[in-house]
Design a protein around this ligand. Sequence first.
Ligand SMILES: [Fe+2]
Length: 177
Amino acid sequence: MPEAASNEFWRDIKPIENVFKPDAKPEVYLPNAATDDERYYVPFTETVSSRPLWISPERNMWCDILMAKKAGLVNRHYHPHEVFAYTISGKWGYLEHDWTATAGDFVYETPGEGHTLVAYESDEPMRVHFKVTGPLIWLDEHGNSAGTFDVHDYIALARAHYDKVGIGAAYVDGLFR
Ligand SMILES: [Fe+2]
């Protein structure tokens, strides 16, 4: 039960008794996802960090808050699968498109898109909620494949960082669903 209702019209409705099917996993509730606590942001490139919120090793997917405190770059890469994004603060875009995203802007990137992510200097850090299905395929300046990054790389990066900052590597496992 969440916070008790006061006068809300639904106050007498009973919650479902059998919430989870026998093999279902528990939900994730993560308060303050786009926290200011920098320890939670795993360095992803030299200028951009990622706070993992939810990770599915089986589906090669993750949700995160992508953050850059000032100008930032995630160099050119290609997505064989879709990407969803919702902008919380700051200003960002892709060199390949003509829009610039700010707070409240939603973006859907179709499977088969390559792009170069840039964060602008802004009053607030760039904070974007992403839902990514891996892998990212890094591209060289000619558009040829130059390595990959998938959920397993993401997990390894996050574990190493959380271990280093004292949160503990096991924190990452708690995000698996
Ligand atoms: Fe991307």
